[in-house]
Ligand binder design. Structure first.
Ligand SMILES: [Zn+2]
Length: 174
């Protein structure tokens, strides 16, 4: 018995009320579907699609990966450090739980300046700046990464905004 026959026999056995039953269950299903689609669209428009990104320095000794909403924008900064290194940075900090370093920490050097709160990591061999780490309010590190290190991402094609880091007060004169 195919679905059409089943429905027909249900209608004939249970009378017109069954039709309402079928109609309302269809309406419920279509309502559920439209809610699901709306939620999906909402998460997409908020950049909610989580991606797994892989990255490495120039000599590939330092590798790292991270999960993040799809990256479509980047940040550059005009502070005395950023203007010299010229990197395009991730638009947001990446939480510790979404960041993995796949490297021997001895291959990394760290640069501290100003208030010495942000640790700026770079490869000891090729000198490439890979990411900055800073402890969040929960005490766990969060990371802002050099998007130029990210595989299959054209950092210079992103929608880039300039952060006016130069205007921020310094903790002490360098
Ligand atoms: Zn390197």
């Amino acid at each position: 018995m195919d679905l059409k026959q089943k429905l027909a026999s249900r209608v004939s056995r249970q009378g017109p009320l069954a039709i309402d039953g079928i109609g309302s269950s269809l309406a419920r299903a279509s309502h559920r579907l439209s809610i699901m689609l709306a939620l999906k669209q909402m998460s997409l428009s908020l950049g909610g699609q989580t991606m797994e990104y892989h990255a490495h320095c120039h000599c590939k000794r330092v590798r790292f990966s991270f999960r993040s909403p799809e990256i479509t924008t980047g940040k550059r900064c005009n502070c005395s450090l950023c203007v010299r290194r010229g990197a395009v940075l991730s638009p947001a900090y990446i939480p510790d739980a979404d960041f993995t370093l796949h490297a021997d920490e001895r291959d990394l050097a760290v640069y501290l300046w100003n208030d010495k709160v942000v640790r700026h990591y770079f490869c000891k061999t090729c000198g490439i700046y890979t990411y900055g780490a800073v402890a969040g309010e929960d005490g766990k590190d969060r990371y802002r990464v050099n998007l130029g290190c990210v595989e299959e991402l054209d950092a210079l094609a992103l929608d880039i905004t300039i952060v006016d880091g130069k205007a921020l007060p310094l903790a002490d004169a360098p």
